[in-house]
Ligand binder design. Structure first.
Ligand code: NAD
Ligand code: UDX
Length: 328
């Protein structure tokens, strides 16, 4: 007869997880973390618009990992338990490059992933954005703020696209009972960002290493709050595993003007480099800082990595990829 005291505790059941946009910057770090758990099987779908297989090279061929070239604007059928839906270009230069495609990715892509979640009974997490607050009139931004967004501007394909994606998530939740999670991500940086991604932290680090002027877009007093990618991944997993639908802001409340960021990069990476003021693009938000009270209370999450500690980690990765050693 079996001695119940000797029965092993029930094993955590296997989890099959889909990561759309998993070949991109945040997605590939998320995959690394999910793959650390031996109970997880991870499937990535990506169309490689801004992502690359290179970001996932250590997992290609691994028995718990699959990589599929697929565009989320087309339907997909895979049997999964969870969907992290990240697929969407995130850098303004890339999302403005083909705005119609960006809005299709946000709207049709999210509809397709919600349809999949409904069909297979999966929980789905959307990576929304601080851009849903537009050029915010309330500072810092709590999740209850409805935003100040230009519906017909050059950024609308992205910010209005993400707002519709959030609406779709809640309508599927209310109408079909789908389990949803929404993260509003604030500017995130770290190793593996595309060198010519166009976002401010990657631009300044690449420029400092190449000895080129740091291009501060006018007026330079606009602010952003920068979150290191390991903190972001930790927040996303906590949100997926927790009980709250969100939306929940995930970001680092440390707020910097773009001139302060340029001065910090200059001081840490290349004190000889110049800072040059250049023209800005339309509708650039003047200030941005997350209120993370909800993330603290509901997820027990707050960022750990300060900007001054995160920048050198990114510098190391950029030096390797650009072939610029410390002595140069
Ligand atoms: N990094 C940030 O600061 C930030 C801030 C707010 C929100 N987000 C959101 O987080 C997500 C990931 O951002 P990231 O910084 O890693 O960007 P990224 O550009 O590095 O990654 C996006 C990935 O999605 C893929 N993709 C784009 N369109 C696709 C499509 N139609 N079908 C399939 N794959 C597609 C790209 O090839 C890429 O691999 C995005 O949804 C973005 O909107 C990021
Ligand atoms: O070379 C540069 C690039 C950018 N900037 C400035 O830096 C600030 C940040 O610009 P980024 O291009 O990095 O990104 P933004 O903050 O405008 O948008 C980002 O934030 C939220 C996310 O959803 C997106 O990933 C991205 O759109 C802006 O004020 C911009 O004018 C510079 O001063 N110099």
């Amino acid at each position: 007869m079996m001695n119940l005291n000797m029965v092993a505790p029930p094993e955590q059941s296997n989890m099959r997880i889909l990561v759309t946009g998993g070949a991109g910057f945040i997605g590939s770090h998320l995959v690394d973390k999910l793959m650390e758990n031996e109970k997880n099987e991870v499937i990535v779908v990506d169309n490689y618009f801004t992502g690359s297989k290179d970001n996932l090279r250590k997992w290609i061929g691994h028995p718990r990992f699959e990589l599929i070239r697929h565009d989320v604007t087309e339907p997909l059928l895979v049997e999964v338990d969870q969907i992290y839906h990240l697929a969407c270009p995130a850098s303004p230069i890339f999302y403005k490059h083909n705005p119609v495609k960006t809005i299709k990715t946000n709207v049709i892509g999210t509809l397709n992933m919600l349809g999949l979640a409904k069909r297979v009974g999966a929980r789905i997490l959307l990576t929304s954005t601080s851009e849903v607050y537009g050029d915010p009139l309330i500072h810092p931004q709590p999740e209850t703020y409805w935003g100040n967004v230009n519906p017909i501007g050059v950024r609308s394909c992205y910010d209005e696209g993400k707002r519709v994606a959030e609406t779709l998530m809640f309508d599927y939740h209310r109408q079909h009972g789908i389990e949803i999670r929404i993260a509003r991500i604030f500017n995130t940086y770290g190793p593996r960002m595309n060198i010519d991604d166009g976002r401010v932290v990657s631009n300044f680090i690449a420029q400092a290493l190449r000895g080129e002027p740091l291009t501060v877009q006018k007026p330079g007093t606009q602010t952003r709050s920068f979150c290191f990618v390991s903190d972001m991944v930790d927040g996303l997993i906590r949100l997926m595993e927790g009980e709250n639908t969100g939306p929940i802001n995930i970001g680092n409340p440390g707020e910097f003007t773009m001139l302060e960021l340029a001065e910090t990069v200059k001081e840490l990476i290349n004190p000889k480099v110049e800072i040059k003021m250049v023209e800005n693009t339309p509708d650039d938000p003047r200030q941005r800082k997350p209120d993370i009270t909800k993330a603290k209370e509901l997820l027990g999450w707050e960022p750990k990595v300060k900007l001054r500690d995160g920048l050198p980690l990114m510098e190391e990765d950029f030096r390797l990829r650009l072939g610029v050693s410390k002595e140069n």
